[in-house]
Design a protein around this ligand. Sequence first.
Ligand SMILES: [Zn+2]
Length: 253
Amino acid sequence: MATWVDSHCHIFMLDDPIGAVDRAVEAGIEWMLVPGVDIETSLEARRLASERPDRVLWATGLHPHDAERWDDEQGRITALAVDAAAIGEVGLDYYRNLSPRDVQRVAFRDQVQLASHLDKPVIIHTRDSFADVYEIVGEADLGEKAVLHCWTGGPRWTKRFRELGAIFSFAGPITYTTGDTVRRAAAEAPPERTLVETDTPYLTPEPHRDETNRPEWSSLNGLALADIWGMPGDEVARITSENAARVFGSPRG
Ligand SMILES: [Zn+2]
């Protein structure tokens, strides 16, 4: 059986997170990465990782929705980051604009710099903000330490970020009937720089869209990639899992 990695799942939002880890492992998920979205959820992610240290990595960061809290959270997130596998989830969200854009940019740039300083990967949320994310990621020269989570940029942005050496991570939208742009983007993403994720509990892939998402369904997003690339699913499982281990370090040792 092919095994997959879920490079991005917020399992702390599920009713029984450790049960979800165990079921995912049973279903063929080798390991998963759990990004926090603020201090509290980062601590939760760290606790889950400590319960399943061979299956779960964690990351810490302040999500763009809450960027207004950056002044208050910066100190503790910076301290937590030392022991985390990555910085994230961070980024810019110009679709919902839950924090003012200039405030989002300050929090994002600071956290990109933190990742750069610690030489750790940074997990980036990009929504209607491609140009500004491109500028901030580009000036930090992160190479494949820039992980574009739930990538939805079209082919043009995919080519530009590809030149920066970034990693593209694909979630449920790649399976949606409305996901044409994402599929055309995936066609431009180099397999050796691509990851699969679920973004659990959000973005459940087809054909389960009426259910809460779960880590084992990263395989469905991977099989969609296999279709687009004309590659066997097992091969995509192997390549994306190797990429995840190279970028984040594997908890499997
Ligand atoms: Zn997320």
